[in-house]
Design a protein around this ligand. Structure first.
Ligand code: ADP
Length: 297
């Protein structure tokens, strides 16, 4: 479908945003994304990375644009510079800096840990965010909240459990999940998180190193939350080396009960995977819930 797409309109919008001429000489598809189709647009002088989806996905790209901009403003860690998002014909799109990735990912683990800690050390005004966004293609609610525990209960676990019920995963999973939600205070009796800007979807597929050796994070699902949620996600699917964790904790130590709360944070993503990809994640979700319930004395 995108073969017949009018790229010239996009090129015009890029020109307006950058105030520089941009004549497309080549378009190269990029694989590896989970949600959108992606391309690199080349002119003789420069190039941009672009993601496309249906026109009604514009709010998703606008939220990504805001997240990228806000991470850049912290001056702590590199993320692609967003150029423009909008709608052209029947597609919404986001255009950003085209990054040259290096294969030598592990070389930047230490810097990545230090820089992520730097991002998390900046105090933020509330839990939540100024716009809603998405996690995968699922809505992620970010209503601003004073209290982290009720935020996590309502807008993270509770929201995914309700979706799971609608998707046919009622019964034991939802009963035990709801029971866990009623007991969340237990996990925070000696720990009071403060809001940090989170990447929000920090698996190894969303972190890399540029050919200049700079760590970079991208494809964020930003909100202000407990930084432990970002660290937990790095552990969920692996791919972050020990130098990353030692650099992070040397810069910004973690609470000693983080390993228990880690499951609470990763349960959100596993429930989201259950809702997006189905049955294959039910057992993992149940076992995380059971293990968390067993912690409660
Ligand atoms: P999706 O939103 O569909 O999950 P991603 O943002 O993860 O898409 O991007 C898909 C792939 O494109 C990534 O895995 C990465 O290889 C590449 N990519 C992402 N951002 C850029 C960028 N700014 N420049 C060049 N390539 C990128």
């Amino acid at each position: 479908m995108e073969n017949t797409y009018s790229w010239q309109q996009i090129a015009k919008q890029i020109e307006q945003a950058t105030q520089q001429s941009f004549t497309i000489t080549n378009i190269s598809p990029v694989s590896g994304g989970c949600i959108n189709s992606a391309y690199i647009l080349y002119s003789k002088k420069t190039s941009y990375f672009i993601k496309l989806n249906q026109a009604n996905c514009l709010p998703m790209f606008e939220a990504e644009f805001s997240g990228l901009k806000e991470i850049i403003q912290t001056k702590t860690i590199k993320t692609p510079l967003p150029i423009i998002c909008g709608v052209s014909e029947d597609k919404s799109f986001i255009v950003m800096e085209n990054i040259s990735f290096s294969f030598a990912k592990s070389l930047s683990d230490k810097k990545l840990g230090e820089q992520l800690a730097g991002l998390h050390q900046i105090p933020q005004p509330f839990f939540g965010w100024h716009v809603e966004n998405t996690i995968g293609s699922t809505a992620q609610l970010n209503h601003s909240s004073e209290k982290w525990v009720s935020f996590w209960k309502k807008y993270r676990l509770g929201f995914q459990l309700s979706l799971a019920e609608k998707n046919g995963y009622g019964g034991k999973l939802s009963q035990s999940g709801r029971k866990l939600c009623e007991s969340l205070d237990y996990f925070f009796s000696q720990y009071t998180p403060s809001p940090s800007l989170l990447h929000g979807d920090l698996w190894s597929g969303n972190a890399a190193v540029t050919t200049n050796g700079e760590p970079i994070i991208y494809d964020p699902a930003c909100y202000y939350g407990d930084r432990e949620a970002d660290i937990a996600m790095t552990e969920l699917f692996g791919g972050f080396g020990s130098n990353f964790y030692s650099a992070y904790t040397n810069t910004y130590p973690l609470d000693s009960d983080y390993p228990i709360r880690k499951n609470l944070y990763n349960l959100y993503h596993i429930l989201n995977h259950l809702n997006l990809f189905g049955e294959g994640y039910r057992r993992q979700a149940q076992s995380l819930i059971d293990s968390l319930l067993s912690e409660i004395k």
